[in-house]
Design a protein around this ligand. Structure first.
Ligand code: MV4
Length: 451
């Protein structure tokens, strides 16, 4: 096992990893920017090293500073959390080259999945269902038009180097494809310095269903069921739940089999997520693979009762996966609400500031992962996630009731938060019935948020 883990992150996920380290009896090292001197991850880690000024590119994204911090503290592994350097194959490689283990998959796996067109081709070859479209990148506009005519409109052009909703363009009619193709190429070049595009049939009103996987270095891979992440706004997830209201036991079996086949095909090690689109007919298609622990991992922890971060650390240290697929059971229903320091009445504008008063809810089936405290000043330099509220109940109705109760108990004074917005979503017929797609939130907001 590792003798000391450096956490190359901040906020609630840094605390989450410190907690796993404590329970594994592994000393932890926090790194922090000058804006985070008062942060809880700095206080709760065994050691802390300041790595630079507030802007991320000079601190949490600074490869050299983080590796130097690992060297001076004798850390033998780095956990990247999510965001920042979590999916940087280059940084993972630099760690390994300097003798520091990487708590994540091999750099080659990160790189292979980071190229979305390549990821899709590898998954198709592994027998995972993929959306009809180009087999790999489109060679030019003529090929794009031919494939679009073949699969039928609407289609979607995606940047190979994109992902998470960046670098996409929907094309609804044949007469628009030439202009869309040129624009998408230019945008991809500007955003990613990579003009490569691939093309897919556009799936109307899909649900976003993702499967959690865990692999070890000995060829074992298990899945831990699905999360439904369809409640999104501008590709930012707001609510995630497990199980998905749309997934039957038979569909779960198919999803699980596909996810294990896909992860095995890339020799996946550690915690990963296979993202799928699920259409209204019950057909599903691979979208992307995330090669990191995700924000929403606690909903899977709630329904499986298993510690994903501890297991991720163990398997990345070379231990054999402790979990057998046949032993993984799912109990009840969990929902996560992401609470952001944002003013939802002003187009979700980030609203950092000082938290003057705070009440964190509790009780049966309630988990709150947060780095905030009364008196904490939220720095303006990073993302606006301030807390994750995870509720667990025997069934979906109970989880929703518990969600409402705990959101009402959650008091954050001094800054606006998305708590009232979550309560409005919980009040809608669509959310309560479980009948919603990735379009729901934006359509409901455009309608003026009727319940
Ligand atoms: C799609 C799609 C429909 N058809 N691909 C958005 C994020 C990125 N991972 C891919 N995305 C989509 N790809 C095809 N072929 C619709 C989306 C999409 C979406 C997906 C999941 C959650 C929210 C979304 C919101 C808009 C579009």
């Amino acid at each position: 096992m590792f003798s000391k883990i450096l956490i190359a992150n901040r906020g609630e996920i840094a605390l989450r990893i410190i907690r796993a380290c404590r329970e594994l009896d592994i000393p932890s090292v926090a790194v922090y920017s000058e804006a985070d001197a008062d942060a809880l991850h700095v206080r709760f880690a065994d050691e802390a090293v300041c790595i630079g000024p507030p802007p991320s590119n000079r601190s949490y994204l600074n490869h050299q500073r983080i590796l130097a911090a690992a060297e001076i503290t004798n850390a033998d592994a780095i956990h990247p959390g999510y965001g920042f350097l979590a999916e940087s194959a280059e940084f993972a490689e630099m760690c390994l080259d300097s003798g520091v283990q990487w708590i994540g998959p091999a750099p080659e796996s990160i790189r292979a999945m980071g190229d979305k067109s390549n990821a899709k081709a590898m998954m198709r070859d592994a027998g995972v269902p993929v959306t009809p479209g180009s087999d790999g990148p489109v060679a030019g506009f003529d090929e794009a038009r031919r494939i679009a005519d073949d699969v039928g409109y609407p289609v979607i052009l995606k940047a190979s180097a994109g992902g998470g909703g960046r670098g996409m363009r929907i094309v609804r009619r044949a007469e628009d494809i030439e202009a869309a193709y040129e624009l998408a190429r230019a945008e991809a070049e500007a955003a990613f310095s990579n003009r490569e595009l691939y093309l897919e049939k556009f799936i109307l009103q899909p649900r976003h269903v993702e499967i959690q996987v865990m692999g070890d270095r000995h060829g074992n891979v298990v899945h831990l069921g699905e999360r439904d992440c369809s409640i999104q706004r501008r590709h930012q997830k707001l609510i995630e739940e497990s199980p998905s209201p749309a997934v039957t036991p038979e569909l779960r079996r198919q999803f699980g089999e596909a996810a294990i086949q896909g992860a095995s095909a890339v020799d996946y090690v550690g915690a990963g997520t296979m993202e799928f689109l699920l259409d209204s007919r019950g057909d599903f298609y691979f979208m992307e693979m995330n090669t990191r622990i995700q924000v929403e991992h606690p909903v899977t922890e709630a329904v499986t009762g298993r510690d994903l971060v501890a297991e991720q650390i163990r398997v990345c240290a070379g231990e054999t996966l402790r979990w057998k697929q046949s032993e993984i059971e799912f109990r009840g229903h969990a929902i996560e609400f992401r609470l952001n320091a944002e003013d939802h009445t002003r187009n979700f504008m980030p609203a950092p500031g000082t938290i003057t008063d705070l009440n964190i809810p509790g009780g049966l089936g309630v988990r709150v992962d947060t780095h905030i405290y009364a008196g904490y000043r939220i720095p303006p330099h990073y993302d606006s996630l301030i807390a994750k509220l995870i509720v667990h109940g025997e069934d979906r109705r109970e989880a929703i009731a518990r969600g409402r109760r705990t959101l009402e108990e959650f008091v954050v004074e001094g800054i606006p938060t998305t708590v009232p917005f979550h309560l409005q979503i919980l009040g809608t017929d669509e959310f309560q019935s479980g009948r919603f797609s990735t379009s729901f939130l934006e359509e409901w907001m455009a309608r003026g948020r009727e319940s």
